[in-house]
Design a binder for this molecule. Structure first.
Ligand code: ZN
Length: 455
């Protein structure tokens, strides 16, 4: 017989991230949740005990709210088995899947069920879903909301796939009005199609020309329009993958005004810059594009200042053929960067060089995204939270070899980079992730909390 207060697992660490800071702790897990946080050497009765090695830190699993899994329909690009395995290998324990690049796109309840059926038998970590807002489902967004999506993604310019058309100005406002009725969340790919059309070029291998075809002005104009809609409707909106630091004052002002607006950026904008991208290197193509070094510094400042709320991957893979098979033509290569497994190592390496602590990095990549999605049980080491935990050695160095990553396709904009920060073990609700599909499907109806988070 086991005592009723016996724990399933105790993890002891010299440094665990608790209440925003690192300190020695013993974290006790029962029935998948964190049941106790005690002194490092506290006597705790448990079925299993793990003592982290010197240098290893215990941190909350990352919550990546921007992942394109692409299954079903484009499973050769990525899939739930490979995406969730790669995520776990990178310390990510929850992903929210984007509504496009899979076929069907998640724009109605039937498509959401198709996605759930695809994910259920394969998910090694927890998976939730965004819905999509496109011209032909406006007026019916409530159905998807009521079916448990976490919010709605829209594009303001062509998305790159024909089955997910973008919203024009009237469509955007209509979506914002509709979502405001039930306090739904709109997440926006904010580039203005008129500005893009004005700067369009014929493609080719020049990276400079590609960047010039998607200027900061495209983001500025589109973000301004989103903010205007938030002001007019009282709704809530989130700016996806902010690339241009020129938009930071706009977002800062909107927040100061009390508007319900948040923003994210991505590891590739924080660790890469245009000065180091060779012509023809289409593995670096993404939209909006990776800009110059000064812009990159300003994005970091935007994070430090709290203007940018989150860092998430925008993991948007494709086959090697689509990324690299066009002789370096930026006009034809797929625009998307595959980085789910490398987010933590990339950002923590760059952060440490900038004198920014791992606690802040996890605020942007773990607690912040969890709060953004309303996942109060995720993204924190706190009593009552899910025991989604990671043993992370921030000093261990490795070189990125694309073929060794768990992503389905061995194409990486980070190939050859020397990074610091190795994930040693990832636990999902107290169980080490080993590829077995123990992941749960998250449902905004039951997993989202409008109340306070566990502390
Ligand atoms: Zn995306």
């Amino acid at each position: 017989m086991t005592a009723p207060d016996r724990l399933d697992l105790v993890i002891r660490a010299d440094l665990a991230l608790v209440e925003g800071g690192f300190r020695p702790a013993a974290v006790g897990v029962r029935a998948g949740a964190i049941a106790v946080i005690a002194e490092r050497h506290a006597p705790l009765e448990s079925s299993d005990e793990v003592v982290l090695g010197p240098g290893e830190r215990l941190v909350p699993g990352l919550v990546d709210t921007h992942v394109h899994v692409d299954e079903p329909g484009r499973t050769e690009w990525e899939g739930f088995a490979s995406a969730t395995a790669a995520a776990a290998a990178g310390g990510v324990t929850t992903i929210l899947d984007m509504p496009l690049n899979s076929i069907p796109p998640t724009i109605d309840v039937a498509a959401l069920e198709v996605k759930r059926d695809a994910a259920r038998p394969k998910a090694a970590i927890d998976v939730g879903f965004w819905g999509g807002a496109v011209p032909h489902n406006l007026g019916r967004l409530r159905d998807l909301h009521d079916a448990g999506v976490f919010g709605f993604k829209c594009f303001l310019a062509p998305s790159g796939v024909d089955e997910f058309p973008h919203l024009d100005d009237a469509g955007l406002r209509s979506a914002q009005e509709e979502l405001a009725e039930f306090d739904g969340l709109l997440i926006v790919h904010a580039e203005d199609p008129a500005v893009l059309a004005h700067h369009a070029n014929a493609g080719g291998p020049s990276y400079r020309r590609f960047v010039d075809s998607r200027p900061p002005e495209a983001e500025l104009v589109a973000i301004r329009r989103v903010i205007d809609g938030v002001r007019a409707t009282g709704g809530r909106a989130h700016i996806l993958h902010l690339s241009s630091a020129a938009a930071l004052p706009l977002i800062d002002d909107a927040k100061a005004e009390g508007l319900r607006i948040t923003a994210e950026t991505c590891p590739h904008y924080l660790v890469l810059d245009a000065e180091h991208i060779a012509d023809g290197a289409t593995e670096f193509k993404c939209c909006p594009p990776i800009r110059d070094e000064q812009n990159r510094d300003l994005l970091w400042q935007g994070l430090v200042d709290g203007v940018i709320d989150l860092v998430v991957s925008d993991h948007s893979p494709a086959t090697a053929e689509l990324k690299l098979g066009f002789d370096g033509d930026f006009g034809r290569a797929w625009g998307g960067i595959s980085g789910l497994q490398l987010g933590l190592a990339n950002v923590s390496t760059e952060a440490s060089e900038r004198g920014i602590g791992l606690d802040r990095v996890l605020g942007w990549m773990s607690t912040g995204p969890a709060d953004f999605a309303g996942l109060a049980r995720k993204g924190r080491i706190a009593v009552g939270a899910d025991a989604d935990l990671v043993a992370f050695d921030p000093a261990a160095e490795f070189t990125v070899v694309p073929a060794e990553l768990r992503h389905r396709n061995p194409v990486s904009a980070f190939a050859g980079r020397r990074l610091r920060g190795e994930v040693r073990t990832t636990w999902l609700r107290g169980i080490p992730v080993d590829g077995t599909p123990h992941g749960r499907l998250l449902d905004a109806r039951t997993d989202r909390s409008s109340e306070g988070s566990p502390r």
